[in-house]
Design a protein around this ligand. Sequence first.
Ligand code: HDD
Length: 701
Amino acid sequence: MTKDQAKQRGGEFNDLVSDYGAGGEFHQHAGEGGDRLTTAQGVVIADNQNSLRTGAPGPTLLEDFVLREKIFHFDHERIPERVVHARGFGLHGIFECTRAIPEITRAAPFQSKGKITETFVRFSTVAGSKGSMDLARDVRGFAVKFYTDEGNWDLVGNNIPVFFIQDAIKFPDLVHAVKPAPDRGFPQAQSAHDNFWDFISLTPESMHMVMWQMSDRTIPKSFRTMEGFGVHTFRFVNAAGESTFVKFHWKPRQGLQSVLWDEAVKINGADPDRHRRDLWEAIETGDLPRWDLAVQMFDQAFADRFDFDVLDPTKIIPEEECPAEVIGTLTLNRLVDNFFAETEQVAFCTQNVVPGIDFTDDPLLQGRNFSYLDTQLKRLGSPNFTKLPINAPRGCPVSNYQQDGHMQTSNRKGRVNYEPNSWGQGPRAHPLEGYVSYSVRNEGEKRRLRPESFADHYSQARQFYISQTSIEKGHIRDALIFELSKCEVEDIRVRIVAHLMHIDTDLAAEVAQGLGLPSMPDPAPTSGPTRTDLPPSDALSILKNGPISFAGRTVGVMVSDGVDAAAMSSLSAAIKAAGAQMKIVAPAIGGVIDSGGTLHRADEKIGGGPSVLFDAVAVLLGPDTAAMVARNPAAQDFLRDAHAHCKFIALDQAKELVTASGLTDKLDGGYFGLTTGDDITDFLDACVDLRFWAREATLAH
Ligand code: HDD
């Protein structure tokens, strides 16, 4: 049969193998063969609604290969979810080198200014299952696969630059502690429970990470508004074989933005897919997210200046000590064609490095290098997962003697499957072009040990805390009180407060008070040095690194029939001019008719589009319908929540709603009118700041 004949019959003509076109574009042919429904064997199906049976209804026949094949395949659709980072969202992008550094690394993406390297990025939460909600208080994964000209390089990082533990041997315990308890199978996707805090309270090395975790970093507004970090100290290696230590940072062009805890709780109910939907919509509307890749580069002499060890993954190097220099930009520009084929099957491995990038002796990184490869076999079921299009290298050939295994699709031709051989065929290792590990002299006794240089667990925890604004400090305090209040065992709460005593005594006292502890505990016992006072670092605060414009954010505008046509169109034009989006929330999804008779379709129904989904809100009601809206409890929540979340609020014809919401005497500098063009300008100018923080102090906690 010819290809054309096969296509006419609806078949796929052996086109089941996915490949990458010249432009690196992803082509997935499977399942797209033609308009005839077929079995996996290519047989056209006559009836997809009724199984084969004798009589009516009659028993179903084993002979029905159409039924059996369909159900068989369905039964095997699921693969094991990732043991951590199960819930994620992936996107394609490009990395552009903006500053070449061949003198420091021979890694292909950094060899020339303007060089483009294709990438795939997967963001994730850590603790929750695949179906958990997006706004759990959790660390976010930020994993980047670079399809370089010399092989794939995976930078598998998080949105926090440090980690809970210093040695990979503790990872299973950490993960067991945070995940649902084995007897009851809950809590899901949260750390506010006894097992997690029990483990943490007995693991002083996690104190620095815990301060980050209790900050608003773990409730980002969007994946677009968070930083990413490679965490470990890696090595850059140049063509001469010289090494420079490097730490990787992704800095979002969108500025750092987070939500408030009460918002997070409500967003999880209103839109559990918040973060994936946000990325989907950003790409669809052409608002492409961008991050600068910045690197901190230093040598051994610089590393030796610190009391702590640069190989300790619970430590940062403050940017004031070693600047983060921008060398490129990542732009996410393409949605996946298929979630399973790409986002689910993408396999990141820390061991995937390319010439010019090398590991250090960080014990966490060394353990990770085993775990990721191992886990992919479990998840994807075959060592041939590297041949899946999303995992296969794009910029270079792959040639070796690995063969067979489940789902093999590309064994070599011919008789030669070993090396060396004298058949004059097949690939050979290349000492000059090949990957050469950086040569390090290591000596010492074989022992299980933790170096003395890893012993200080509190100095940087304090440095993080004192680098925060007073608003952010308050959020850390509130998060600690919330989480520890969910612990049923008082000893656990006390042990954490005892650790906080080493970090900041005021914070410890505030948390103790918030928990209602009868007295302050003694500081936690320590075996090593307790603390060195380090200066604050502005880079550690979210609020000091916020957005510089209102672009990319959204105003939720609640309207009702008879809304003033001129006000509506001025507001809409001004929001658009600011590069932001307007979403209409109306009594019915069909929309409203303005005073000029124009229909405005709604994006959300009141109640379906609560104000937690928007960055700022406006209420713009029709004179004859305002009272009806004011009686709607969901409309009252819309306004009350926007107030409680310190949002900027613009009002027109909303007096009755303000009264019904109990806010009459609470209108403050974060409120604006909508009557004149100046009102609207003032409102949107104010919105550049994330929130009207002055209000927070007036709200009862
Ligand atoms: Fe991990 C997944 C990040 C420590 C073992 N990890 C995973 C992902 C990210 C990270 C972003 C999701 C990748 C994806 O999107 O597919 N992990 C980190 C960071 C760590 C870290 C930044 C500390 C610096 N991880 C860590 C340790 C171990 C693991 C110490 C084991 C010893 N991580 C895994 C894993 C996962 C994983 C079990 C689950 C799914 C996967 O690998 O592909 O192998």
